[in-house]
Design a protein around this ligand. Structure first.
Ligand code: HEC
Ligand code: HEC
Length: 311
């Protein structure tokens, strides 16, 4: 009989220890300082972004949209830090990404687009499964759009292209890594050495010209990066090195830390740094597209289609 009692006490204690260590302790101990990157919800004559936030909460946008952007989330803009949320109550982290993360949605589209999208998502995004919010009043709609446009207003893209701490001189591991670096990543001879390694290991996906159009790219759902984009000029050596070493989560970009030596990866960094153009290549006229030769199929003479079986 006492066995049962002991067991019950044990279960209750375990339960409270878990709640204590995962809920109560962090509540007391986790107090991030406000960062300078939190959103400011401005009020103009036309619309009140702070009120728009309430509409966002009321309509449950957070069921489908998150507002946290981590290192492994690609394409959502600058990253967030704990301090960004100090004044956000209730926070809108969200749970599922049925729709995209909205951390940095502000300024991505004109306000008229945002409004049209809220009224009928499929009018501007064919195939969208986002529900229509046409029932909102004009004031609600304006405020909500003002809120959307203020998201990410204090974040600068530079935070996006920082390698994690283990790769930076701010930690012991990072300092050791940099101390071991023997390659001068700004020299053209290192870049030349990197070019050979690139052709062997990367060109199949990223393409010989590094425009993300290698033969393998056809079969990849998440396309290889176009490394000639001006965007990559802001990448530091450490950021390139980090990407090469750990790959890109959620894509086929391999973890070359397990394949290439540190020296080889630094050579690659030297090469990648030479690739960026001043202006992104875009196709503006048909003349820019290489004319593809007509495909000539062999002529089938004296042959007929086989009738279907059973006919
Ligand atoms: C049922 C899930 C769902 C709900 C609820 C929802 N959305 Fe969406 N949302 C989506 C999906 C899916 C997309 C992607 C397709 C598209 O752009 O329409 C999207 C896209 C968006 C985009 C465009 C993002 C981009 O950069 O392409 C914005 C802005 C947006 N939603 C805002 C809102 C707001 C504001 C609300 C609340 C009023 C809301 N959503 C509610 C699913 C949802
Ligand atoms: C199997 C195909 C594949 C191979 C091989 C490959 N990559 Fe990638 N690479 C990708 C994909 C896919 C991405 C992700 C693109 C994205 O996130 O949009 C990527 C991303 C990257 C990025 C990060 C870009 C960014 O935006 O941060 C770098 C840098 C990169 N590759 C360099 C290389 C180098 C150098 C090699 C050879 C050592 C290589 N890749 C080999 C497919 C490949």
């Amino acid at each position: 009989m006492y066995g049962y009692r002991l067991g019950a006490i044990g279960i209750v204690c375990t339960f409270f220890i878990i709640i204590f260590s995962t809920v109560l302790m962090p509540m007391v101990l986790f107090n991030p300082k406000p960062s300078e990157h939190g959103n400011t919800y401005a009020k103009t004559e036309l619309a009140d972004a702070a009120r728009g936030r309430q509409v966002y909460v009321r309509e449950g946008c957070f069921y489908c949209h998150t507002q946290f952007n981590r290192l492994q989330d690609r394409g959502y803009g600058p990253l967030v830090k704990a301090g960004d949320y100090v004044y956000e109550a209730p926070h809108q982290l969200g749970t599922a990404r049925t729709g995209p993360d909205l951390t940095n949605e502000g300024g991505r589209f004109p306000s008229e687009w945002q409004k049209a999208h809220l009224i009928n998502p499929r009018a501007v995004k064919p195939g969208s499964i986002m529900p229509s919010f046409a029932h909102l009043s004009n004031q609600d709609m304006n405020d909500l759009v003002a809120f959307i446009q203020s998201l990410g207003d204090n974040r600068k893209p530079v935070a996006y292209v920082e390698a994690p701490d283990e790769y930076m001189a701010t930690t012991e591991a990072g300092r050791k890594l940099i101390a071991r670096k023997t390659v001068d990543t700004n020299s053209s001879s290192a870049a030349n050495a990197g070019r050979g390694i690139y052709t062997q290991n990367c060109a199949a996906c990223h393409g010989l010209e590094a425009r993300g159009n290698g033969p393998n790219s056809i079969s990849l759902e998440k396309k290889p990066a176009n490394l000639t984009r001006p965007f990559y000029k802001q990448y530091s050596d450490e950021m390139y090195f980090y990407r090469l070493t750990e790959g890109v989560t959620g894509t086929r970009m391999p973890r070359f830390g397990e394949v290439l030596t540190e020296e080889q990866r630094w050579y690659l960094v030297a090469y990648l740094k030479t690739l960026q153009k001043d202006k992104e290549d875009t196709v503006d006229s048909l003349a820019q597209i290489d004319k593809v030769e007509d495909i000539k199929l062999p002529v089938l003479s004296h042959q007929e289609y086989e009738p279907h079986a059973g006919q």
